[in-house]
Design a binder for this molecule. Sequence first.
Ligand code: DGP
Length: 113
Amino acid sequence: MVEGCLFCRIVGREIPADEVFRTEDMLVFRDISPVAPVHLLVIPLVHHDSLNQLEDGELAGKLLLAAAEAARRENLLTSGYRVVVNTGRDAGQSVGHFHAHVLGGRALEWPPG
Ligand code: DGP
């Protein structure tokens, strides 16, 4: 746990979140400011600042599979969904704890802004 990290505090249940599921490695919860009918965040329980610090390939794979599992639970497999990992300033990363957005429930535009 990193002092002052919002998502570490959500992992520790110091800050409430609408949890979808939790495993021994990660947590999936609903984004507080959804930009699509389904907007989930997949985070590792152990703090990593961003994708740049995520060196554990097994964990990275588990996070991606958790995104797919989250989409399955939200009935998005047929309609489709997007997994987004904003990394760094130009990508608009606003929380310094790795998170993958899972977006779906409407037709998503491409390219992103
Ligand atoms: P990003 O901009 O890629 O770093 O996305 C961070 C996301 O985190 C953003 O979509 C809003 C979400 N978020 C920020 N604070 C909270 C919070 O306290 N609870 C929840 N559930 N989501 C949060």
